[in-house]
Design a protein around this ligand. Sequence first.
Ligand code: ADP
Length: 395
Amino acid sequence: MNILVINSGSSSLKFQVINMANEEILAKGLVERIGIEGSRLKFEPADKEKIVIDQDIPSHKEAIELVLKTLVDEKHGILSSLDEITAIGHRVLHGGEKYSESIVVDEDVKKVIRDCFVLGPLHNPANLLGIEACEELMPGKKNVAVFDTAFHQTMDPVNYMYALPYEYYEKYRVRRYGFHGTSHKYVSKRAAEILGKDKPNLIICHLGNGSSLSAVKEGKCIDTSMGLTPLEGLVMGTRCGDIDPAIIPFIGEKENLSYQDIDTMMNKKSGVLGISGVSSDFRDLETAAEEGNERARLALDMFVTRVIKYIGAYMTEFDSIDGICFTAGVGENSIEMRQQIAEGLKIFGVKIDEERNNVRGKDTIVSADDSTIKLLVVPTNEELMIAKDTVELTK
Ligand code: ADP
């Protein structure tokens, strides 16, 4: 059973074909610059040479058409016919309050994705274009929508409401939704397997360019750090995370900025990039800090401190905790960050094992035997989670 996984962005489209019999990736790739001059397909079949196809790709339909053609190409392809694809799983950013699980796409589902354009203006329209292109190009095959917000829909109002006039929730559904849900779900399931416990209590730290935490109680998300949009919470690569909201009118007035300008500043020019002035990339920052760049060191320290504070706050939402999991680019790979975060949690009796922690990108327990809470590294795999949900819903 082969599943095509599609993550359709506004001008790019990532895909994987996964053989679900052994969870092997048969091919993966990326279409870049859709609708922009210089568009291309980068195609990586598992057992053949990588190729790059430069050609005009004016729309998402043409992008998927080219991907499908390449998948069955005699020389570079990996399938003899498109019949070998059982179903398609789509990453969709926002499912609003409607979906707490993945779902087979029909007209109602498309309407909800459309209704959520206002909540995910960059992603949801592109996600829908990907779905509609697949419906057109592969009629009869089932498309499954896997929402980034779904896993967090089990939160209680006490954690998802903002202390604003209630009417904004009623009129505009202003509330916390949370994102990276597919990653948090995958990691919570994997951690349950590693810990040998059916429904453990976990704090999951998805630390990458975009970062978020979730508190997962007996398999269900009870709290998460991202909010109405992915801007809230931790300090990120280019996003500010939590700030005093009064800063927005203050800076706006001083600098004569529009809401749009401020939104761009908080999303694209802030975070560790804004503080360091060096880079949004954590490896660059670690190098700069080692070379004595004080603002790079400050940015890294602020990032770590915010993670520790959030974990501390989430601890209070449990009677007991089985594990704290690290995932995504920084969480999986930065030995130093994990060490510092563990150090900041010593009041809870958390202890990291230096030798075990000397690992990158591998499922493993990195805490010391006498740590009160286990620390785990769990590489995330959102594509596999999407494919698993797709199999589950289409079998
Ligand atoms: P995205 O949110 O774009 O999916 P990723 O989860 O891929 O992000 O994380 C990217 C971040 O992970 C980058 O800032 C990168 O520097 C960081 N990263 C990757 N490897 C390491 C490493 N060995 N040490 C520190 N940071 C790393």
